[in-house]
Design a protein around this ligand. Structure first.
Ligand code: UDX
Length: 434
């Protein structure tokens, strides 16, 4: 198949590279000339394990190229994917669809008569309908179809998620579009990955319903962790005990400082707005959002409490800044709430993250960016572990303790066994554990 991918952001780049790995011919389009030039030189602008090698291999094989010329890329494509950004609109939490609609119009103008436009960006229910209307208006003489094909990639394991997904969801309103989508994903059907074909609105809603459900799970276990602390129970064992029930499942039950990233915060808000406007507000998602907001504040309070109620003039070391490990993404990271609150309470904050320092520096004014975890903890009155990078799971605890002014360790990801930390001489606190 010949595919065009509009937008070389996270989803576009990963999807484009993976489709070319399937054997399709893929042209990725971006307006930003600098990004396209860098990509053609084999430079990958985002941090994603395995992506660089994948791009290199398929570009060398002639199946993957990058251009700013949308017209040329789209002209003979069987399907054109829209993977442009849909940021939260300031003020009302709605997804901003202006980039999607602008792309739809340009594609319709340049596309062949039987092209399928596929929405890969996360878009509210009804967007496919609107894109269809734009395509009809722009090119009434063409038989352009519009499909929805939501993405379920996790940053840090996006390639694996694309190549071995639990399912592929496709939303279509005619047989031609369905056949094109089935051909595109044939390599996965050979691996027996289920392909769920639904109508467009249903496919669009599945994406939001899935992300919001996962966010519910996280806020749920986070509130359970708070309850565990009050009643003297252990949240890790509670999570295990409920997760062993197949109906619940063990995943997404890790308590922590609250979910962040580019998807859960944005998608829960967008689903709320859609549901309110439709007159069927999903109240459980509102509660999930509220719990998550409050949680980030509570994490700073927890650090202050661990320091005896006062951090003024004290050095606090933060380990991990990205919203999760294996990414340099700072979007909605709990660190962005926690660290400024500590600074406001008078603390001097030093931080280290293996990948996100560059992204984090402009977002965290006044935070000292240390050269290593050990440099960050030097002279600190407390360490707060915010992101569970592997290298923070295997710290030389003797060295950490010896260099600190006061051995207070606040572990917001439950990385260490409490007994080990206490016997190592730390005043250790974690989430929902005794
Ligand atoms: C998520 C979804 O997993 C993916 O399917 C969707 O397409 C995009 O959003 P991503 O944002 O990359 O992916 O990260 P994910 O690994 O899902 O983590 C999201 C947030 O939840 C992180 O802040 C993480 O720390 C937090 N989290 C996750 C928890 O606090 N506890 C958990 O048990 C799992």
């Amino acid at each position: 198949m010949r595919l065009a991918m509009i937008g070389t952001g996270y989803v576009g780049l990963v999807s484009g590279a993976c489709f070319s790995e399937f054997g399709h011919h893929v042209v990725c389009v971006d307006k930003n000339e600098k990004i396209v030039d860098r990509l053609n030189d084999g430079e990958i602008p985002i941090y994603e394990p395995g992506l660089e090698a994948l791009v290199e291999r398929n570009a060398a094989g002639g199946r993957l190229r990058f251009t700013t010329d949308l017209k040329d890329a789209v002209a003979d494509a069987d399907a054109v994917f829209i993977a442009v950004g849909t940021p939260s609109r300031r003020g009302d939490g709605h997804a901003d669809l202006s980039y999607v609609y602008a792309a739809a119009e340009e594609i319709a103008r340049a596309a062949s008569g039987s092209c399928v436009i596929v929405n890969k960006s996360t878009v509210p229910v009804g967007t496919g309908q609107e894109v269809q209307a734009i395509a009809r208006r722009t090119a009434p003489e063409k038989q352009i179809s519009v499909a929805s094909n939501p993405e379920f990639l996790r940053e840090g394991s996006a390639i694996e998620d694309f190549m071995r997904p639990d399912r592929v969801v496709v939303g279509v309103d005619n047989d031609h579009a369905e056949q094109v989508m089935r051909s595109i994903y044939r390599p996965l059907s050979l691996r027996e990955v289920p392909l769920l074909v639904a109508d467009r609105e249903t496919a669009e809603l599945i994406k939001y319903a899935a992300n919001a459900f996962l966010a519910v799970k996280i806020s749920y276990i986070n509130e359970m962790a708070d309850l565990c602390e009050k009643v003297g129970a252990d949240v890790q064992t509670v999570a295990k005990g409920i997760g062993l029930d197949n109906r619940i499942g063990p995943k997404f039950l890790h308590p922590g400082p609250g979910y962040g990233g580019s998807c859960f915060p944005k998608d829960t808000l967008a689903l709320l707005r859609t549901s309110e406007e439709a007159g069927a507000p999903v109240r459980i998602v509102q509660a999930t959002v509220d719990v998550n907001e409050r949680r980030k504040e509570a994490m700073a309070e927890r650090v202050i409490a661990a320091c005896g109620g006062d951090v003024s003039g004290k050095r606090i070391a933060a380990l991990g800044l990205a919203f999760k490990p294996n990414t340099d993404d700072m979007r909605e990271s709990p660190a962005l709430e926690i660290l400024p609150r500590l600074q406001k309470a008078g603390a001097q904050v030093a931080a280290f993250d293996p990948a996100a320092m560059q992204q984090a520096t402009p977002l965290l004014p006044g935070v000292e960016m240390a050269a290593s975890a050990y440099d960050a903890v030097e002279g600190a009155a407390a360490v707060v572990l915010i992101t569970e990078w592997n290298e923070f799971r295997a710290l030389d605890l003797g060295r950490v303790k010896a260099s600190m002014a006061d051995p207070v360790f606040v572990d917001l990801r439950n990385v260490y066994p409490p007994e080990d930390m206490r016997s190592a001489g730390f005043r250790y606190s974690s989430i929902g554990r005794k």
